[in-house]
Design a protein around this ligand. Structure first.
Ligand SMILES: NC(=O)c1ccc[n+]([C@@H]2O[C@H](COP(=O)([O-])OP(=O)(O)OC[C@H]3O[C@@H](n4cnc5c(N)ncnc54)[C@H](OP(=O)(O)O)[C@@H]3O)[C@@H](O)[C@H]2O)c1
Length: 426
């Protein structure tokens, strides 16, 4: 692992450790540090704007993990997104900043800037395509010049999808040309839900969805070629025979992130690109009715600032209980698990993808615990991979999606030992 110094005493600093997601990242880092022996142990600190709330989070983690030393041994760094000097001081002390402060469209950019200016690598759990793509457009060259890696979306959005596609490509014997993924969330008797900050990110993201096409024009990228038979998109709502439930296109960042990785791998690694369509199962007819009523109201309200105010003030009401200010309970989190199944098709070894229909199929799966636990594990393993396998990352720095950054590393294997399993299904 990269060595820390007296001027940069921490491998990892968790910024926004007092937040709902931050608390799980704290626990995951503490667990990981305890797993690694003596000298190789991760040195870490927590950061945020309130010392009291950071003390509380360490106290809670100490209790939950039965590690009383967390209360006394872990350094607290006070830093606020709106105070540039505090971000600079934080970034100067760590090799990698794990940024858990969101919504990123409001709070992310000063942290990216401070990391680049102060030579700290940056990892986040953002699921907002506008922020992720804008950071790549505006900061890639600056990060490259400074030898800093800025790697977004290293959480539930979009590690399972992005690395799931890489895994499927590796397992396929021949040229994989298209993949559909189906996300299923299985919860216990108390159901599952998400925290308010993710709901807010979604509200402002949908409101601003038109800006994405303008942003993409600025990249000036050549469109990815379609290799093999062109895949038809399914409708907005359909009954999926694959997962035997009603299904809709997945509206998160997965498609955007996978597209960026595929673009990078096509341009830089001469890898044949995959057409990708992500879907999510929503359940039976009752869920369809709920989704249609809630969806129509959401699309209407999200267009107006008063509507957005209503949506963000009453998350539980307008999301039909899917998001709340308090977030899921520990019981809900413990009882929830996810699976993402990838149905791929392509051309067997030796056959020509420009001729005829695909002749080979593959089915793979990524399974794991609740989204918040997956997010914490994925973020921490991304940081560990960066620290241990720096020379396998592209060039000497820059802004990347996880698939592009970690293509040549052992992140998939590391994740398989930490909450996220990758497998081939027969
Ligand atoms: N990729 C994924 O799958 C995934 C999963 C989970 C979350 N997320 C994203 O992660 C982000 C955080 O979510 P969350 O549920 O953890 O939110 P949260 O509970 O609201 O936490 C936000 C954190 O940001 C801190 N913060 C707010 N303003 C700040 C400022 N000016 N300076 C410094 N710190 C500040 C808060 O500090 P205080 O405690 O002092 O208020 C808190 O620690 C959201 O954007 C969410 O969408 C993504």
């Amino acid at each position: 692992m990269a060595t820390v110094t007296s001027s940069r005493p921490y491998h990892v600093i968790i910024f926004g450790a007092s937040g709902f997601s931050g608390q799980f990242v704290v626990e995951e880092v503490a667990r990981y540090a305890a797993e690694t022996p003596g000298g190789g142990r991760v040195k870490w600190a927590v950061a945020g704007r309130s010392r009291q709330r950071l003390e509380d989070v360490l106290k809670r983690a100490a209790g939950r993990l039965s590690m009383p030393e967390l209360r006394t041994d872990i350094e607290i760094i006070v830093a606020d997104v709106s105070i540039e000097e505090s971000l600079a001081l934080m970034c100067q002390q760590g090799l990698v900043i794990l940024n858990c402060v969101g919504p990123y469209r409001f709070y992310g950019e000063p942290v990216v800037k401070a990391c680049i200016a102060n030579g700290a690598h940056y990892i986040d759990i953002c699921g907002e395509p506008q922020f992720l793509e804008r950071m790549q457009l505006e900061y890639h060259t600056k990060a490259l010049d400074k030898g800093v890696y800025v790697i977004g979306s290293c959480g539930f959005d979009s590690i399972p999808a992005d690395l799931g596609i890489l895994y499927t490509q590796r397992q396929f014997k021949g040229t994989l040309t298209a993949v559909e993924s189906f996300l299923q969330i299985t919860s216990g008797p108390e159901g599952s839900s998400g925290h308010d900050a993710t709901w807010q990110s979604a509200v402002y993201g949908f409101a601003d969805s038109k800006s994405l096409s303008q942003l993409r024009k600025k990249f000036g990228h050549r469109p990815l070629p379609v290799v093999g038979a062109k895949v038809k998109q399914r409708g907005f709502l359909f009954f999926s025979k694959e997962i035997e439930q009603y299904t809709i296109p997945f509206m998160g960042s997965d498609r955007s992130v996978v597209r960026r990785s595929q673009h990078y791998l096509y341009e830089e690694e001469q890898q044949s690109p995959v057409q990708y369509s992500p879907y999510v199962g929503i359940g039976g007819l009752f869920s369809v009715v709920k989704l249609l009523c809630g969806g129509v109201l959401f699309w209407f309200l999200v267009k107006f600032s008063l509507g957005r105010k209503l949506l963000t003030t009453f998350p539980s009401l307008f999301s039909c209980g899917l998001f709340s200010k308090s977030g899921p309970t520990m019981k809900q989190i413990e009882d929830t698990c996810i699976s993402m199944t990838f149905y791929g098709e392509g051309y067997s070894e030796g056959s020509d993808p420009t001729q005829g229909r695909p002749n080979t199929k593959i089915c793979t799966q990524v399974t794991g615990a609740d989204g918040y636990l997956i997010t914490a594990s994925a973020m921490v393993q991304a940081a560990v991979t960066l620290l241990n396998e720096l020379h396998s990352l592209p060039r000497r720095g820059g802004v990347y999606s996880p698939g592009a950054a970690f293509f040549k590393t052992s992140l998939i294997e590391r994740l398989s030992n930490h909450n996220l399993k990758f497998s081939v299904k027969n």
